[in-house]
Structures are given as C-alpha cells and as structure tokens.
Write a protein that binds this ligand. Sequence first.
Ligand code: PLP
Length: 461
Amino acid sequence: MTEHARNLPGVLEPEGVWRNVFDYHPLDVEIVRAEGVYLFDPDGNKYMDATGGPMAVNVGHGDKRIADAINAQMQNYAYCHPYMASRIRADFCNAIAEHTPGDLGPTYLVSGGSEAVETAIKIARQFHCLTGNEGKHKIVGLYGSYHGMTLGTMALSGSPAYNKYFDPMMPRWPHIPQYTDVGRPADVDRDEWGRRCAEELAHILHYEGAGTVAAFIATPVGVGSDYGLFAPDSYWQTIRQICDDNNVLLIADEVVTGFGRTGKWFAMEHFGVVPDLMVMGKGIASSNMPLGGVTVSERINTPFKDGARFLHGFTNQGHPLACAAGLAVLDVLERDKLIDNARIRGAQVSNNRDRLVAHPTVANLTGRGLLMVMELVESKETGAYFDGERDAEHLFQSVALTHGLVFYSSLYGSRRGAVARGLPMWISPPLTITESELDDLLDRLDATLTEWESLLGVNQA
Ligand code: PLP
C-alpha cells in the first residue's frame, strides 16, 4: 500500500480467521451478500460490482431462478460418475449448441477456464494424431496474452511475469504479436493493417514449420494494454485463411467474451469468423458454479464421434449442479434480453468517452457491449503506467471502494510488455445493469479517478 493510502481500505493479513487460507491477502472489505449489481458488507454498505468479478458475472448476483434450478437438480441427484448418462448434461450441451456460431456444436464440459483451455489444446493435438498428422504438437499464442494458471495454459500465455518461477517446467511454445492500433502508419488503413498484423502468423508457421503446429489460440479481443480492442474483420479473416492453408486449428478463447459480454453471444461473431474450437468459462454459469467448456466443429468432432476415445477426463466434468446453473443462465440471458442490454449499456459507456478520457490518466476507452476497457497511464505524453513501487493499481481499487465501487485487480502492471503502455481497467458490470445504475457507476468512477490522480500527484486540467 502506498503512503497516500493510510485511510483507505487496505489488505487483510493472513491472520485470525484468515490464517488457514493459503496466500490470502484480500482487500479488507468483507462481502456477506450479493444482489443484482451490488455486493454488501457486514454493515450493510453496498458496492457496485463494476467489473462483474473478473468479467464473470453476466447475470446479476443472487438470481433466484438459478438458485432454484441448482436446488431442483440437487433434489434429483447432485452427482454421478461422469460416464453415466446424465440428461442435464445433454440438455445443457444442446442449449449451448443453439447459440454457438457456424457448425460449432458438441461441447466438452469442465470446471473452469484454465481446464477448458487445457482441454482445447489436448483435443487439437489428439485430432491431428487421429488424422495422420502426429508431427503437429505446438500451439502458437500471442505475446501478452492470458489463458489461465495451470502449467499448460501458462505455456500458451505470453506473460513472462507470471511464468517467472515456472518457465523451466513448461514447453516453450511460439508466440506472435497481437493486433494493435499503436504503430499503424498514417497512410495504412485499419483493414490493410489488420491483414499485415495477421501475416505474423504466416511468418511463424514458416519458421517453426507448419507441420509442427497444431493450433493457434487467441482471445477475440486484445489483451494487456490493448485489452478490449477489436481488430478489423480483415485481421480475423486473414488469420482464418492462414490457419486453413496450413491445417492449423483456430482456437478462440471466449472465456471472457462469451455469453453476451460484448453484445453478441460470442465475440467471434463480430468478425464473421468461425473457429475450430471455442473455449468457454466465466459467464457460462455466470460463476454461480465452477464451469467451463470447449465446443468443437463438425470436422474436429468427427474422429471422436467415430469411436476414438479422447484421452482426458475429470471427476467433476459436466457436474450436474453446474449444468443446472448453466442451463438456467442461458435461459435468463434470453428471457431477460440481457445481450441486447449489454449492447445498449455499452453504447451508454461510449457516450461518456469524452468525460473519461478528459482525465489525465485515461489514455483510451475501447470495447463493445459491457466489455469496456480504459487504458490508465501516468502520463499521456509517455504512454507509460506508474512505477510498480507506487502500487497504483491497488490504490485505485482502494479509492474505488470508498466510492462504492468494486474493481477487479488485473495485475497487468507486472505483465505489461517492453513498450511503454498503460494498465487496462474494466467497466464490465453484470449485463443486468440498468441505465440509472450505469450512470451512477460512471459518476462514481469519475470521482474515483479524480481522487486517485490527486493522491498520485498527477496534474489535473
Ligand atoms: N482465458 C482467459 C482469456 C481468461 O481471461 C481466463 C481468466 O481470467 C482464463 C482463460 C482462465 O480461466 P479460469 O480463471 O476460470 O481458470
């Protein structure tokens, strides 16, 4: 905590009641109840969930319909061996298939995003082995990306700060730079730039040997300082073409962007591109239950449908209670038209762009739907974020709490690349948020930014 923050909420030490929770240093506001877009502390103070947890709470907190669905399943059976025929699992997978783009249909269910990414890369690998391409084993990812915290997903992610202690334990998979508008020459339009950025994939396939590469994985929108940035359609369409030309599978990681967050069921729909595998998590059950999944296309499904066993499995895969939660979430998203609301409320945030970027620390606001992201910087001139010593991200969270807002901490401060860029900060509340609640959120955010800047000694206009 910085010296400025003495009167602000700090961090709980792992002492007293917290002592047996390994590595637990949460912010010292205890949450005892949640409803809609609000979280409540023991004194009844309420805080808006400004980031929907880590962009995971799509349906508002405490939706009784989801609780009832979980309860109803519990009355029947809470669990059965994953290889027993469990109807709720089939019903949920069928419901997902009604919304996934193109011919993406069958889903393998797991317990979270990292497990889902691991599962996708194993499906990609086994698919190639089953179709006569045993040499294809590498997965190309993006520098600065994040796909989870297991060793396999960290090998994909391009975030050296997190890999610090674990690098020797992981394969060294290749990475390429992501699409960014920074550095685009003035005489090159976005469409052309999108095609040029996508060519990075062709280059790495040339140098690694396409015969050794099983898949390319990326999130549909930018990561790190470009979090939430939408590339032009030409980027994804060129990536799709390069994958097809080289028999490299395209894995879209929709853990954050899926289930309505960007104003469509899945973000790849914005680009008119259908991946071979789509990874899901977070919003899939709106984090009412631990749940994730991988949906595959007809082509990927074929050798498995024809009898090859996927060498994989978890005790809790397709857990009946999680399926009940997921099925209810899909129903609420549709019934309450939450994806439309995400689009409308996203436009409302965009309408406040001028007010936000007027702050000396807000270099940019980007995104769609309720995946809106500010790039926070120390100075717009240098484009750089505050020095790590100043703990500015944590200070932001603490100040926000005193203004009644809960922000997820990205830790991107330590994950930024070599180029001077800012820290992403999300405006990603539950998709249930109303117009007046969002206005309130934006007013509180404005006040948070002003106080944060003042505490950090940033000059305000
Ligand atoms: N993929 C992406 C894009 C993510 O942002 C995350 C988590 O933030 C994951 C995968 C991992 O999901 P989980 O934390 O549920 O394991």
